[in-house]
Design a protein around this ligand. Structure first.
Ligand code: AHG
Ligand code: MN
Ligand code: MN
Length: 331
């Protein structure tokens, strides 16, 4: 009989080995509990008429799906109960939410359900989160943390039941939901590293936007696309998940040449705090890199607002560096 190591057991040993507090464990316990509830509601949602639109528009002018609301309520509930969070930023609320004035040790930035267009098809979505620590030495000013300050970031792929966690200066680890709804780490599983063999690499972007990218990005794509397989499922969580196994680059470039100028997105579409930084931080811990449209490291961007948007190029370092060079060439 083969029994696997549970996620909490893995974390407990990690914290002990590094002489760290148990507060982080309590926070991660809340996060994984939330993920399991989202998983449960997602799996049964079609039967309960929960996969449609909520009939509202969120602070970012996007149609909210019932499942977005359900997932957000679940996450907030467990974060609040954990007593570990000072401020939470969620995709679904305009302002950071102050959760625990005295006890909160962490900032958490999250997208409760990434890839909303997949919901009505029951296709993969993600719960993505990033964690930073409050200032424990002096007064805490509550400022939004940059990616370089993160201590952890993770993606739960739902309903596939795979959880990828990156820990600062430690690496990337993967856990699978077993028959007892426990996240376990399979025996012999290694730290996750982006593969170095370019023959496996993939490119991932929404090709219907391609004529609207800058001339530099278009020329880069034309020069490189034939070498790599092209994959896109429309959820960063899922697309990035593929890349972590196969290598390559996911990109959501700035939209600068749209025939209807009001549809341009010079700052990109994805949100820095709970989308781009999550992927960028995991990529860094797996040996990769991530940049914005100016060729700057995503993790170094100072967030200007909770829903700060950015263009994103993330994945295997050689591809990201080659794109960085192109983006900077004509500047
Ligand atoms: P969300 O569902 O949380 O709003 O995020 C959707 C994001 C991201 O997951 C995905 O990579 C991207 O939007 C897809 O955008 P397009 O439909 O424009 O390709
Ligand atoms: Mn998202
Ligand atoms: Mn979302």
């Amino acid at each position: 009989m083969k029994l696997e190591q549970s996620f909490m057991d893995f974390m407990l040993h990690h914290q002990e080995r590094h002489n760290r507090s148990y507060n982080f464990l309590v926070l991660l316990e809340a996060i994984q509990t939330a993920a399991k509830y989202i998983q449960y509601f997602y799996q049964t949602g079609s039967l309960k008429n929960m996969m449609g639109e909520a009939g509202a528009v969120n602070c970012q002018d996007e149609n909210v799906m019932k499942m977005d609301d359900i997932a957000d309520a679940i996450v907030l509930h467990y974060l609040r109960r954990s007593n570990q969070v000072i401020y939470a930023v969620t995709e679904e609320e305009p302002e950071p939410i102050r959760l625990n004035e005295d006890g909160g040790r962490y900032f958490i930035y999250y997208d409760p359900l990434d890839g909303s267009s997949n919901i009505k098809h029951n296709l993969p979505v993600g719960f993505m989160f990033a964690v930073a620590k409050r200032n424990l030495e002096g007064p805490e000013d509550g400022r939004l943390r940059s990616g370089a300050e993160l201590r952890a970031a993770g993606i739960f792929l739902i309903p596939n039941g795979v959880f990828t966690l990156a820990l600062a200066d430690t690496g990337v680890f993967r856990f699978h939901l077993d028959e007892t709804m426990t996240y376990v780490r399979p025996e012999n599983s290694e730290r996750l590293m982006l593969p170095e063999d370019p023959r496996e690499w993939e490119l991932s972007f929404n090709a219907s936007n391609r004529t609207n990218f800058s001339a530099d990005v278009r020329s880069w794509i034309e020069e490189h696309e034939a070498k790599y397989a092209f994959r896109y499922m429309g959820a960063l969580a899922g697309d990035f998940h593929r890349l972590l196994s196969n290598g390559g680059m996911f990109m959501y470039p700035a939209i600068v040449n749209h025939p209807r100028p009001d549809r341009n997105r010079p700052k990109g579409k994805l949100r820095l705090l709970y989308e781009a930084n999550v992927a960028a931080f995991i990529a860094r811990e797996a040996g990769g890199a991530a940049i914005d449209e100016a060729g700057n490291d995503i993790l170094d961007i100072k967030p200007e607002s909770p829903h700060h948007r950015t263009a994103l190029y993330v994945g295997s370092r050689p591809l990201v560096e080659s794109m960085r060079k192109r983006l900077r060439e004509n500047k």
